[in-house]
Write a protein that binds this ligand. Structure first.
Ligand code: ATP
Length: 293
């Protein structure tokens, strides 16, 4: 049973003040793009995990796909007799929620393999227990996520958008980026974030120029502070014709919006010369969430 699952980019990531439980209230506008991991679930005497792709992915109980399979097994009362195999194409610790995507894919793959027939609502609820980005990887498309990002409302989008992603060498730890965000904000508390009307209007009309202008990421200053060369990399994209450029989530992957498919091709060629990027990839969005292939 093989499930294909997309990466996400945050079109808006509004980070509110720190809550009493240590988390931040977020306004997230998630957008699923055509960079995919694949998770295969096959019958096996005991749970195992293998990973094909870049280093840095745990191959044990810490892997989010394993946690998802074990959670689904305990919820449904089946024995977790599964060999999971992940083919990774989403950058690791890159701000594109690759680990959460694998957890979502494992839920869908094991539900199909074990014929447990769970409803979409139950899968979303189990996903939220693993991590706040997991429900969106199940859903895909474009959606507003409130709370810690897990309370999702789909957003209407006209047409599709053309993106170029620059993968940086080495990841950034999400908790470290939030800690840097808090440090930079010391003495000037953040306002409560609200969904951007300009962003919603741009998505509805399908206008890439308006979308480019409306992109925002409150974690970007922190990611740039921890990885200064990213500033220059973003500027290089704008100079090469991107109508929008931002750090994806907690970074360090950078997302560039092209005005058309043809211009995405040219933009990718220009960005492949940027020293900070080890890989440059084109993608379109929105795409659907985790599906059996
Ligand atoms: P986010 O955008 O949700 O903050 P990210 O894209 O920055 O996440 P991930 O690739 O999801 O980061 O991984 C973050 C960490 O999670 C990794 O460094 C790794 O230790 C751990 N991890 C656990 N399971 C996985 C998995 N299946 N794939 C990738 N990383 C995983």
């Amino acid at each position: 049973m093989t499930v294909r699952v997309p990466a996400k980019v945050n079109l808006q990531l509004g980070v509110g003040p720190v809550r009493d439980d240590g988390y931040h209230d977020l306004v997230n506008v998630f957008h699923a793009v055509s960079l995919f991991d694949e998770v295969t679930a096959a019958p096996a005497p005991e749970p195992t995990i293998t990973v094909e792709g870049p280093p840095g992915v745990p191959v044990g109980p810490d892997n989010l796909a394993v946690r998802a399979a074990l959670l689904l097994a305990s919820h449904t009362g089946v024995e977790p007799r599964v060999a999971l195999h992940i083919r990774k194409d989403i950058p690791v610790a890159g701000g594109m929620a690759g680990g959460s995507a694998d957890a979502a894919a494992a839920l869908v793959a094991c539900d199909a393999l074990w014929e447990t027939g769970l409803s979409r609502e139950t899968l979303l609820e189990l996903g939220a227990r693993i991590g706040s980005d997991v429900p969106f990887a199940l859903l895909g498309g474009t959606a507003v996520g409130l709370g810690r990002g897990e309370r999702l409302t789909p957003v209407e989008v006209t047409g599709e958008f053309h993106w170029v992603f620059g993968y940086a060498d080495g990841g950034l730890s999400t908790p470290a980026v939030y800690a840097e965000c808090d440090r930079l904000r010391t003495g000037s508390p953040a306002p409560w974030p609200v969904v951007s009307d300009d962003l919603m209007a741009a998505l509805k009309t399908g206008d890439p120029l308006a979308l480019g202008r409306a992109l925002s990421n409150d974690l970007q200053p922190a990611a740039l502070s921890l990885r200064p060369p990213l500033s220059e990399a973003l500027t290089a994209g704008t100079s090469a014709g991107a109508v929008g450029a931002l750090v994806s989530g907690s970074g360090p992957t950078c997302a560039f919006l092209a005005p058309s498919a043809a211009q995405a091709e040219e933009l990718a060629t220009s960005l492949s010369r940027v020293e900070h990027f080890v890989t440059v990839r084109q993608a379109r969005g929105p795409v659907t969430g985790a599906v059996v292939i």
